[in-house]
Design a protein around this ligand. Structure first.
Ligand code: NAP
Length: 301
């Protein structure tokens, strides 16, 4: 069987083109995405540069606030509160890793859900869980968009999600439930893993373990979506699935690189535009059709 490749690059281009078109269709102004960084980690800085570059090309202003690896909890909190209250900032991301001793949970709780374009605030996850409008983490939404793009239905199908993190596995499980999939969520105590993944029509692997998933974990014809990203000792990127073995058995699989990861940044930009448009729609207009000044977050409740 020749497995179909579920590439994400064309989808990413399509989403970025939609972002640009949306911005151009609303006369004047540009959405702004703020990214707070507090690390010297090279991979993080590379990722943030790639967001800023994609944003610039698509017409989104990207403000990178680098507080340095020694930033304190108080400094990070003050910065996030200031960006949360800034009406010129529409999307807000706090990049990990953070300095030792800093509590990410307290910080993400300060990101207002309407600016939480990477679904980091637990309120966003709670809203997803109860089916209310919220931004999902871009990576979790990427999986859904990738399946849609390649015409793979999830409704009525059994999806096994390997990984239960709050950034990927849990929000993805909720997104899949919203699409009427039957979802099994696996984690490190789901042993043997194959017992839970073999019956699934679709297996999404987000465990952070290189080559964890191989042909013996899936049924013939299953679809595999690989969220994992690892830099191998030789510098190449690999996922959580062993592509060579999976491709012998699966009907379709997403490659790493070039799959889910390609879509994530584009969705962050799309979420920023959605946040920007939300602000514009919500704001009342005066008799001449001008936007009224934005109320403070506190006044908006
Ligand atoms: P994480 O927070 O470390 O969570 C990993 C999850 O996998 C945990 O729930 C863990 O179970 C589970 N797990 C670990 N070993 C397992 C095993 N042998 N069998 C079954 N489950 C196992 O990781 P994450 O942040 O969700 O990231 C997962 C992967 O996605 C990483 O490779 C990361 O680099 C990648 N990622 C990619 C993107 C992208 O845009 N492409 C974005 C974010 C993350 P327990 O809960 O029991 O510990």
């Amino acid at each position: 069987m020749t497995a179909q490749l579920l590439g994400g690059k064309e989808l990413a281009r399509k989403i970025k083109a939609q972002v640009t078109a949306d911005i151009q269709s609303l006369d004047g102004g540009r959405p702004t995405l703020a990214v707070v960084v507090a690390t010297e980690d090279d991979a993080t800085h590379w990722y943030v540069r790639s967001i800023a570059s994609a944003a610039g090309k698509a017409g989104v202003d990207c403000r990178v606030i680098d507080l340095g690896a020694g930033a304190s909890q108080a400094k990070l909190e003050a910065e996030i509160v200031s960006l949360a209250e800034d009406p010129g900032v529409h999307g807000l991301i706090l990049q990990t890793p953070l300095p030792p001793g800093v509590s990410p949970a307290q910080l993400v709780g300060l990101i207002p859900p309407e600016k939480d374009v990477d679904g980091a605030n637990p309120v966003s996850l709670g809203r997803l869980a109860v089916g209310e409008c919220a931004f999902a983490p871009a990576t979790a939404r990427s999986v859904i968009e990738l399946l849609d793009h390649h015409g793979i239905p999830v409704s009525g199908r059994h999806v096994a999600v390997v990984g239960r993190s709050t950034v990927v596995g849990k929000p993805l499980a909720h997104l899949l439930l919203q699409r009427d999939a039957t979802v099994t969520v696996c984690h490190s105590r789901s042993v043997p893993l194959a017992r839970f993944t073999q019956p699934a029509d679709i297996v999404v692997v987000a465990a952070g373990k290189a080559r964890l998933l191989s042909s013996e974990h899936i049924s013939p014809g299953a679809v595999v979506v690989d969220v994992g990203t690892h830099v191998l000792p030789d510098g190449r990127l690999a996922g959580d699935a062993d592509e060579a073995s999976i491709s012998e058995v699966a009907s379709a699989f997403s490659p790493v690189p070039g799959g889910v990861g390609s879509v994530t940044t584009a969705l962050l930009l799309l979420h920023t535009v959605e946040a920007w448009r939300g602000n514009r729609v919500e704001r009342p207009r005066d008799a001449e059709g001008r936007e009224a000044p934005e109320a403070s977050p506190a006044a908006r409740g």
